[in-house]
Write a protein that binds this ligand. Sequence first.
Ligand code: FAD
Length: 209
Amino acid sequence: MSKNTNPLMPSRLAKRMDTDKKTIYNILDEALHCTISYVEDNKPFAIPTAFVRYDDKIYIHGSVGSHFIRAIEKGLPVCISVTLMDALVVARSAFHHSVNYRSVILFSTAELIEDIEMKKNAFEWLINKMVPQSWEYLRQIKEGEINKTTVLAFDIDQAAAKIRTGMPIDDEEDIQLPIWSGIIPMETRKLSPIADEYSRNIPLPEHLS
Ligand SMILES: Cc1cc2nc3c(=O)[nH]c(=O)nc-3n(C[C@H](O)[C@H](O)[C@H](O)COP(=O)(O)OP(=O)(O)OC[C@H]3O[C@@H](n4cnc5c(N)ncnc54)[C@H](O)[C@@H]3O)c2cc1C
């Protein structure tokens, strides 16, 4: 069997793969964090971090002193992955247990964003993704805070999504066994906000309720 040399092409279950931009962007927009992997001095690293997509790029931020940011801002190739778990797939045999998921893997290199206005935009997109409509409500960002923070952008042009949906796919001869089979849906969702000790007398703003 010849070795698969295209990093965007899965060697198994290629039917679950999707390179449609809309599919990829929907997954990226729902996920609140990604994992950025890179190799530095022959050592692999994989660092979880918050991100936001805007147009055809994703943006991350971190302290100017962060080792991981400093490593990848030099232009090391990175692999960025995002996973949304939708269900546990409970089959009639251990072999056919699975997971319903939507995931994206993309390959890119960092572009250092130096323009102050552009950096501000990236912060605004990121904050509003985490807590919708909150940017305008917050104390304005200070120049010192912008200077202490690095913003990196990554093109999304080399990306693939992979999606599994639906029920277990059991072996034909197992279907009649008296063993329960199905899915256990899962979701990540925000619960009610909890005020800190200084916010107890401040009404919850509308965008948080
Ligand atoms: C959901 C989520 C969102 C985050 N969002 C951001 C963000 O937006 N910006 C940001 O700068 N950071 C974010 N972080 C933290 C990020 O994962 C790093 O810990 C952080 O950037 C510090 O990096 P560093 O340069 O000190 O790590 P490095 O010095 O590069 O890491 C060195 C070693 O420290 C350990 N380490 C570092 N981070 C972690 C970790 N998260 N878990 C376990 N071990 C670790 C590992 O052994 C790693 O090899 C987020 C983390 C999570 C889980």
